[in-house]
Ligand binder design. Structure first.
Ligand code: CP
Length: 302
């Protein structure tokens, strides 16, 4: 059974194939009838043990555009609240003849664990602080669309790197495609030894902005912080927050990205998030084509 559990264990050729397939689906999504029959014999369960807006809706729309049958499960209003285990929950859903599972979970490795116990294709839609592979794919696809290529580009990932699955999947994906990657943030929010992944580390946000072609800005993930980290949101905004004045002080026009949800006025001001340099909503648009491509290829590319 084939899965997409992370970017770490896929190749640059796999990513290129996903991008070429997504190019075709993007063309389909721009037609008056945005639907193809590719997965009309497939049933997909979106199983979310953590909150989501973009990822869940974008997977659901991708599945419907591919003509799959779709069921949605959210742990907050399910029998998980009565004590049912993860494997029992998923096996009960699969016994209704479900072929693929898209899963988000707060625990690192939850989809990897599940992949050893169930008979279905699994797509990781985010596991704790570990990986969020389709986010990294849509981010790199959006850079390729905006700048023509990812290879040779300088990407600064700025924010709470320590608690971010988006950062780790982006690092793997961008490096496999030949980009240079820098991480920038307060030292308390940068994982120890991250240099061993081959990334540059910078604590001065203006230096990061001057260095990069693309700034991928991340949110401070208070919900994942076990202890109260320095800095506070107010301090973070003061020392690492990015605004339009900072972007205009650069001698080049960089691309601004954010995976969402934005904490406006903390990591990114509204005048920067809504500026012409921002491709934040194009990222969301591309998410549907990328997820169509992933599901289509996992189902056998029929
Ligand atoms: N980017 C992202 O994963 O957003 P959601 O948490 O809203 O799905």
């Amino acid at each position: 059974t084939r899965h997409l559990l992370g970017i770490k264990n896929i190749t640059a050729a796999d990513i290129e194939l996903i991008f070429q397939t997504a190019d075709n689906f993007k063309e389909v999504l721009n037609r008056p009838i945005k639907k193809v029959p590719s997965l009309r014999d497939i049933t997909i369960a979106n199983i979310f043990f953590e909150n989501s807006t973009r990822t869940r809706l974008s997977f659901e729309l991708a599945e419907k555009r591919l003509s799959a049958d779709v069921i949605n499960f959210s742990s907050s209003n399910s029998s998980v609240k009565k004590g049912e285990t993860l494997i029992d929950t998923v096996n009960n859903i699969l016994s209704m003849k479900v072929d693929m599972v898209v899963m988000r979970h707060a625990s690192v490795g939850a989809p990897h664990f599940l992949s050893k116990h169930i008979q279905a294709n699994i797509v990781n839609a985010g596991d704790g602080t570990h990986e969020h592979p389709t986010q990294a794919l849509l981010d790199a696809f959006s850079i390729r669309e905006k700048l023509g290529d990812v290879a040779g580009k300088k990407i600064a990932i700025i924010g709470d790197i320590l608690h971010s699955r988006v950062a780790l999947s982006n690092i793997f994906c961008l490096q496999k495609l030949g980009a240079e990657v820098m991480v920038c943030g307060p030292i308390t929010l940068i994982p120890k030894h991250i240099e061993s992944l081959g990334v540059k580390v910078e604590q001065d946000v203006m230096k990061a902005l001057r260095w990069c072609d693309v700034a991928n800005v991340l949110r401070i993930q208070l919900e994942r912080q076990q202890i109260k980290y320095f800095p506070s949101l107010r301090e973070y905004s003061l020392y690492f927050g990015i605004n339009k004045r900072m972007l205009e002080s650069l001698d080049k026009e960089i691309v601004v990205m954010h995976p969402g949800p934005i904490n406006r006025g903390v990591e990114l001001s509204s005048d920067a998030a809504d500026s012409g340099q921002s491709i934040i909503l194009q990222q969301v648009e591309n998410g549907v084509a990328i997820r169509m491509a992933v599901l289509y290829l996992l189902a056998g590319g029929k």
